[in-house]
Write a new protein. Structure first.
Length: 522
């Protein structure tokens, strides 16, 4: 038995991964691990909820690919829900082998699909991309993508596919753009068909979070939902070296945990999906812009304690530049799925994102393999979509996406498709639930050195930071891999396990990978 306790602030994938690694790699008993989550459900941004009657909701989905070494390593130890004899990793790889992604309709323009669209990059664009890859992050600093590329670059097919696949905006960080270019260079040969992407059999909550949570509970981990961490007390000194207490708040009041010298605390900073709201077929999702809540409030509070804890205001103070809207549609009639399969040339689950170039909202939709939820009836279909420009007026609907009901979002979608008189039949049984997310791309905001703290700050004895707003050199935020890598770094480092995080794949150092990428960009 361990005489030390482990406190994990935040029940997203970073916190859950840290709990699993403490058990698997550090051989700590699950009963000594405590996870505090302010919402009533675990998983953070890896979510999926609802039923056929109320409608299903997915706020968003994260991309997976074969070089997510930290994530695949973690889930290689977690049994699949549907087949406990194999791991979640094996299940994902098997599913990807059986349901191969190769889009035949990556872009749509003028209500016509574009199969394997040309990238439309000019010689200058290609030169700028190559030159950027060679620049140092120090020389780039807080520059934005639009500060570097010519205006014509943002009208290329490359940009339409890039920004819709990764959710970049022109005003986002050029450093993060560069990291993505280097991190995913091996995907460029199949980029215009979305090839090389891994898929889970169900939504990421059912496929990843539920089996991981079940495994943790089976090991005795103490999971406290509906529990907010209001404050953390630190040791005195200019550079705090230890957390001494944790202040909790539940529906029953507040309490305080005294942290012993041997205990460890890992804190998830910030949240991409904080203050998310839902609408309905008749009402839009309201936009909340209060970064003084939840994870943002906690980070801001501790950042006042020391500059070594980073600068949350860089990421959370410009909601108009970090928000977008998504929507989940539940259907009780197969008409739309049959139409889209004919139109795109892809059976559901094999095509990935379909992006509408002409859409003022820059709308995209994806039809996953059905069923997409564990409790989804056979005669129900679910698809997801989002708009990167929710503040703009629609092409069909004369209002911004952020002010639209589910029915209005469907009308705008139908406008960009040659669906004809079938739209009334589709709308008759559809339940489109809009979702506004004010901080969904906050991690992409331009930043400077020090704005994101290290996972283990210099001098920290008993605490570490987790999640999307810590600094991991070279890896890319807005990915599950980044969160799991922070968990590996924190657990291995704080416990001095003489282990290192799974090596980062660096395809840009492989001449063959680089040559194939250059050919794809030509």
């Amino acid at each position: 038995m361990s005489d030390r306790e482990f406190y994990l602030v935040g029940g997203g994938i970073a916190g859950l991964a840290a709990a699993a690694l403490l058990i698997r790699d550090a051989r700590m008993p699950g009963t000594s691990i405590h996870v505090f989550e302010q919402s009533d459900v675990l998983g953070g941004s890896l979510d999926g909820a609802g039923d056929a009657d109320a409608g299903y909701v997915i706020r968003g989905g994260r991309m997976f690919e074969a070089h997510y070494g930290c994530t695949l390593d973690l889930f290689s130890s977690i049994p699949s829900l549907s087949c406990p004899q194999i791991s979640v990793t094996e299940e994902i790889l098997d599913f990807t082998d059986r349901v191969v992604t190769s889009s035949r309709s990556r872009l749509v323009s003028g209500r016509q699909r574009m199969e394997a669209p040309a990238l439309n990059l000019s010689r200058q664009d290609r030169w700028d991309l190559a030159r950027l890859s060679l620049r140092s992050e120090q020389s780039i600093g807080p520059a934005r993508i639009e500060d570097y590329f010519a205006l014509a670059f943002f009208k290329t097919n490359f940009w339409f596919m890039w920004c819709s696949m990764f959710a970049f905006q022109p005003w986002h960080s050029l450093i993060e753009f560069r990291r993505y270019m280097r991190r995913f260079i091996h995907l460029l040969p199949g980029f215009n068909r979305l090839e090389g992407i891994l898929r889970s059999p169900y939504n990421q909550y059912d496929s990843l979070v539920v089996p991981l949570q079940r495994w943790l509970l089976g090991k005795g981990v103490n999971i406290h939902t509906g529990t907010s961490v209001r404050a953390l007390s630190f040791s005195e000194g200019e550079a705090p070296s230890a957390i001494t207490s944790i202040e909790l708040e539940t529906a029953h009041g507040t309490s305080r945990i005294q942290v012993k010298e041997t205990d460890l605390v890992m804190v998830t900073l910030g949240s991409m999906t904080e203050d998310s709201t839902l609408g309905s077929m008749d009402t839009p999702a309201p936009l909340r812009t209060n970064p003084e809540r939840g994870a943002w409030k906690l980070w801001r509070t501790i950042a006042r304690r020391s500059a070594v804890f980073g600068n949350p205001d860089v990421f959370a103070r410009k909601v108009n530049q970090s928000m977008w809207a998504s929507f989940t549609v539940t259907l009780k009639d197969p008409t739309f799925f049959k139409f889209m399969e004919r139109f795109t040339g892809n059976p559901a689950g094999t095509g990935g994102l379909v992006t509408f170039k002409d859409s003022n909202w820059l709308m995209s939709v994806v039809l996953p393999r059905q069923p997409h939820f564990l409790n989804q009836p056979e005669d129900v279909q679910v698809f997801w979509g989002y708009g990167l420009r929710p503040a703009l007026t629609g092409n069909r609907i004369d209002k911004p996406m952020s002010g639209c009901s589910g029915m209005e979002i469907l009308e705008e979608l139908f406008y960009h498709l040659p669906i004809g008189d079938q739209k009334a039949k589709v709308a008759a049984t559809a339940n489109c639930i809009p979702c506004m997310m004010p901080f969904i791309t906050s991690q992409f905001m331009p930043r400077s050195a020090g704005d994101r703290p290290p996972v283990i700050p210099l001098g920290a004895r008993n605490f570490a930071f987790l999640g999307q707003f810590c600094e991991l050199p070279a890896d890319t935020v807005f990915t599950v891999e980044y969160s799991v890598r922070t968990a590996q770094t924190a657990v291995f480092g704080l416990l001095d396990l003489k282990k290192r995080a799974t090596p980062l794949y660096r395809g840009y150092r492989n001449p063959g990978v680089v040559l194939r990428a250059l050919r794809a960009l030509a």
